[in-house]
Design a protein around this ligand. Sequence first.
Ligand code: GLU
Length: 377
Amino acid sequence: MTFDRKNYISKSKRLVVKIGSSLLTDSKKRGIRNRFLNHLAAQVEELNDSGIQCVIVTSGAIAAGMFEVGLGKRPTEMAKLQALAAVGQSSLMHRYEVAFKRKGLKVAQILLTAEDLSNRHRYSNAHNTFVELIKNGIVPIVNENDSVAVEEIKFGDNDTLGVLVTHLCEADLLIILTDTDGFFSEDPRLNPKAELISEVKKLNPKIEKNASRSISTVGTGGMRTKIQAAKNMMKSGVPMLIANGNQPFILKKIFNSEKVGTFFHPANKKMPSRKRWLTWSVKPKGSIIVDEGAQNALVNKNKSLLPTGIKSTNGIWEKGEVVRVVDVKGEEIAKGISNYSSREVELIKGMKTSEVFKKLGRIVTDEVIHRDNMVKV
Ligand code: GLU
């Protein structure tokens, strides 16, 4: 059975709306646009009234910080950006609070780092917090904790954060609001004849190539990170929309099934929550290198990973942590939760299950990684 945009949208009861920095700042760079926030609050209120729960992922902390300290150009140095985010986040949050309060809505600030979402325990704590807030009619306003996240482990851009938050709070739809009407056949800033693509059922290399880099002076990402986000959402089985946040009542138009923006159709089957976490949120602690037999069993036969197919390991991990599975050429083929620590895997690699007991004096499970706790890359 195939669904169209209308089917997906009418079934959406919880959505994540990502707001880009360019929407929050005016073209003359005089400050955060309170009018935009007031209008957003009015739309969220309307959706709430019709039983649709909203989570906001907002950018704009660095941009707001630039206004606060009177900086015209976005710096590139990490420490400066982090300091600006610290200044800007509180003033940004204050604006949200004021705008939403006028509509009788309470907001809550959630700042996340990639590490928070990589750890299963913290991930489920964060999930519970979201559920509790939403249950109580409070609108979570999420941003990356820019002031403490170090470069190597940053989400990097809020389009990616939007994807992870959609999975984290089990939302049915991700809407990325930006300052263009959607995704175009070519960069509309360079070619005025570029056409808006209203539906994407499948991504191809041409589409990915057309997703140009942003030239925004206040945010990061541009279309490139939005298309990457769409790729992830489509694979996970959850729909995504890119639309123009400057269009009046854009969220209402989307929920009235007007053909606005670009709608990305999801894969038919929704990936289970644990597999989505494994695929996008987790940072593996090490690698297990497997032989061709195991590679074939994992990739083509959907089997679990047994000690017998393991050739070697890289890195140190404890039982229950996530590792990469790589082939003999070093190509990643899967990711999964290891039932054994790296020390144990080193001791039992290449062994038959019957030999494992003799070596370790115990068997936790036959599988080093069970197929239910594994995702293919
Ligand atoms: N987290 C950054 C901020 O709030 C924005 C990142 C982005 O624009 O993608 O300023």
